[in-house]
Design a protein around this ligand. Structure first.
Ligand code: CDP
Length: 226
């Protein structure tokens, strides 16, 4: 699929930041699919929907309108849900805690994947998530699997939350990430996996700039190889 870059990987691996920077460098759009599952989770909590009720959550996903605005000056594409900007709400700890439960539900995923494929149709897009290379766009031009050690991913997420003045303990953040990874990797529908044709990039000892540089080299080489 021309001009489509699929980025998968576990929580806190740096996919979102990396996708934002790469999109800016390449002049591509960025689709953060995690934001969509987060949005449904936020709405479900807000409306008091039982997170084990697959039917109710699937219905919620079906009736929810999700749109992204063009990137702001930080490269973030605001997410508009039923006309409301939820960009900040969906990053709250309560959503972190429950999002993987909602993302397990096939009915919810079907609705989201359909929307994601539609957004990918025009090309020139970087899509990040868990099942992008395996399910959403298996014919993407380039597939990357971005990871880092659990300790490093937890450290990054901890610093991010600290910047937002959220008072969490490092140990709690690490446990939360490990728990979410486990659910995401072991679920029955579209689990987090590295597909065979995805390039593995371990960012444990790399800065974000180094990762961007590395990927740009891969893209340039691919192009020159024709
Ligand atoms: O930013 P972080 O890596 O912590 O999470 P995210 O990319 O915003 O994704 C949040 C959650 O949504 C993940 O833990 C998955 O449970 C789910 N997700 C998914 O199942 N499939 C996707 N394509 C993207 C996210």
């Amino acid at each position: 699929m021309a001009g489509v870059i699929a980025i998968d990987g576990p929580a806190g691996a740096g996919k979102s930041t990396l996708s934002r920077l790469l999109a800016r460098e390449l002049g591509y759009r960025h689709l953060d699919t995690g934001a969509m599952y987060r949005a449904i989770t936020w709405l479900a909590i807000e409306r008091g929907i039982d997170l084990n009720n697959e039917e109710a959550l699937t219905e919620l996903a079906r009736e929810t309108e999700i749109k992204f605005l063009p990137a702001d000056s930080n490269g973030v594409c605001p997410i508009i849900v039923n006309g409301q900007d939820l960009t900040n709400e969906i990053r709250k700890p309560l959503v972190n805690k429950y999002v993987s439960l909602v993302a397990r539900i096939e009915g919810v995923r079907e609705v989201m994947v359909k929307l994601q494929r539609k957004m990918a149709e025009e090309g020139e897009i970087i899509i990040d998530g868990r099942d992008i290379g395996s399910r959403v766009v298996p014919n993407a031009d380039l597939k990357l699997f971005i990871t880092a050690s659990l300790e490093e991913r937890a450290r990054r997420r901890f610093n991010e939350l600290k910047e937002k003045n959220l008072d969490l303990k490092f140990k709690e953040v690490r446990e939360e990430i490990a728990r979410r990874d486990k659910i995401d990797s072991e679920r029955e529908v579209s689990p987090l996996v590295r597909v065979e044709d995805a390039l593995l990039i371990d960012t444990t000892d790399l800065s974000i700039e180094e990762v961007v540089k590395k990927i740009k080299t891969i893209i340039d080489k691919g192009e020159s190889n024709g």
